[in-house]
Design a protein around this ligand. Structure first.
Ligand code: AOF
Ligand code: ZN
Length: 348
């Protein structure tokens, strides 16, 4: 008999096909197996549309349909129990007479969170929970963190010279990354729900913060502008992408630009994290400047750090890169004259 892990691996592969199309929902894959033969496969393809189990069961060919009540359904996330944009998958599994289900991990979404499994057990279905659990949780780490820790997944990114400087002295702009790393950064942007910069970076670099060099969605742009002093002709305010301005003065929406007021009496980083949860934003890529990045590090409020180093460029003096704390290097990649270092928290 082929082990459960093999089919769950296939569920994970299918789930990943939904990347970039299902957020803020999780990526989910499902496989239906009769006697070690896959008779159906499906995944959650588009936000608001059919869930993995529905697509999996719908893919069974007419000549195999009579086998459904003798098959095992594999799914990487607990079937849902609630009426959201689609009806409950647990009900579908019951009405199809599927006798056995193997689930990767529990769904932390409060309206599900165990209720799907309870429905299946109550209908007499045999449930195996936790096959390739770590991989299933890891696939949707942004979704899990949001529902279990009530905060977004935070990625810090910067580019530095060989000697560890991120800018020259004064206000001049220093081009550190190359054509290839720029494209990689745009890929990273399209993989996160939002992208954040501080006011100095917004003003001096005038970045568009879009994913235009990649084929994915643009993240929501976030900028800190406490006293609303940034000029309106910055690219950030060109209204092409939803943009949120965190400030101390007003809550207001003007078309795609939203002004979000933060309290002044507690840490900016904690305020931001709370606001992002409130706005249902599941992840953020922080692109600078150095002071903002250092604040996230000092408050120990980050999940991943990605540092691009131009090994061919060095300057005698300039702004030093942020100083990492409690970080563990997980991998290093080389791209043309640049290298990229990936860090996670040392206890992760
Ligand atoms: C499943 N299978 O493929 C997915 C699930 O608004 P809805 O109806 O799309 O429900 C969204 C919630 O359903 C989402 O927050 C998560 O808890 C669950 N996602 N569940 O059974 C799937 N994508
Ligand atoms: Zn569902």
């Amino acid at each position: 008999m082929i082990p459960h892990e093999t089919y769950m691996y296939r569920c994970l592969e299918l789930a990943r096909l939904g990347a970039g199309h299902v957020a803020p929902n999780p990526m989910v894959g499902s496989v239906l197996v009769y006697n070690d033969r896959i008779i159906g496969e499906g995944y959650h393809q588009l936000y608001g549309k059919a869930h993995a189990e529905v697509n999996c069961i719908a893919s069974v060919r007419p000549e195999d349909e009579h086998l459904i009540p003798q098959s095992i359904l594999y799914v990487s996330l607990e079937p849902c129990a609630h009426h959201g944009k689609t009806p409950p998958c647990a009900d579908l599994v019951v009405t199809k007479g599927i006798p056995r289900i193997v689930v990767g991990c529990r769904d932390p979404f409060p309206q599900v969170n165990g209720k799907g499994i309870e429905k299946l057990l109550a209908a007499g279905i045999e449930v195996t929970l936790g096959v390739k659990e770590k991989e299933c949780i890891d696939l949707n780490k942004r979704f899990f963190l949001f529902h279990t820790r009530h905060r977004p997944f935070i990625v810090l990114k910067w580019a530095q010279t060989a000697g560890g400087r991120i800018a020259g002295l004064g206000d001049s702009r220093l081009l550190i990354s190359n054509e290839i790393t720029n494209r990689l950064v745009h890929k990273w942007r399209s993989e996160e729900a939002s992208i954040l910069v501080g006011p100095r970076t917004a003003l001096l670099d005038d970045p568009a913060l879009t994913a235009r060099l990649w084929t994915g969605p643009n993240p929501i742009r976030l900028v800190i502008d406490k006293d609303l002093q940034l000029p309106p002709d910055l690219k950030l305010f060109d209204k092409t992408v939803p943009t949120i301005v965190f400030n101390n003065h007003r809550h207001e929406t003007q078309g795609p630009v939203q002004y979000y007021q933060l309290a002044t009496d507690s840490s900016l980083i904690q305020q931001l994290v709370l606001a992002l949860h409130h706005l249902k934003i599941q992840s953020v890529l922080v692109e600078g400047g150095a002071r903002l990045l250092q604040s996230f590090i000092d408050e120990d409020c980050w999940d991943e750090v990605r540092v691009i180093t131009n090994d061919d460029l060095d300057i005698a003096s300039g702004l030093p890169a942020p100083q990492l704390k409690h970080a563990r290097l997980v991998s290093r990649e080389s791209l043309l004259s640049d290298s990229i270092h990936y860090y996670v928290h040392h206890n992760d």
